[in-house]
Write a protein that binds this ligand. Sequence first.
Ligand code: PEP
Ligand code: MN
Length: 273
Amino acid sequence: MKLNSNLKVGKNYKETSIIDVNSIKIGGKKLTIIAGPCSVESKEQINDISKNVKRSGASILRGGAFKPRTSPYSFQGLELEGLNLLKEAKKNTNLPIVSEIMSVSMIEKFIEDVDIIQVGARNMQNFDLLKELGKTKKPILLKRGFSATIEEFLNSAEYIMSGGNENIILCERGIRTFEPFTRNTLDISSIPIIKKLSHLPIIVDPSHASGISSLVEPLSLASISAGADGLIIEVHNDPKNALCDGEQSLNINEFDELVKKVKLVANAVNREV
Ligand code: PEP
Ligand code: MN
């Protein structure tokens, strides 16, 4: 595949981009590890998880407040209260926070409250949302849609870039294939392909890619070997009772072990954690 050479996300525009999030540099030699629960559930939950993932080596905290659930009867997130709890966890740990936006009407609120705005897989081609986010300067974590090609993914990033916002972090989170064993299929080859086509950093979400907690470690190590700039991992203090995505969430100890192994692989590919 050849990317249109005029695209701002392409290599003709820039060789590499390093995105600065409160002095954390995403896309350089140092890998970025983002961790936290699928959803913010309570003050105790987010405070416990944030403190622990920080101690293990995460540099950014994730937590969903507005959740895009397949069923309208599933937990939809704590919404504004979730954002407030995330802000409190940030105050306690000094970790920058990332959370998913679902609607254009929430942009101002998200600019104020979070450090990185996440655009989820289901909104990767919500072009109105992408255009509006392009008018801001806020770092955007853009996730690949589960049936989007690499070219479509990069064009979605182009919507944000062409509006003037060049602070984009791409995220490979698996695509839908005929294989039902895993929730999605992690497209490992998209990492070196995107590295070749684009200057933007790309991180991997092995939690949503697999849907199975025991697969998170091998997929994380494979992603770092393949050149990913970081990982976003779902971690819960009590995965069995999580309100969302418990089956794919690591517990606190498993996350700690994962970071140790990521350090070994990072070393082997001349990166740092
Ligand atoms: C998430 O990160 O919480 C999420 C819903 O991911 P995705 O958009 O990749 O499904
Ligand atoms: Mn999730």
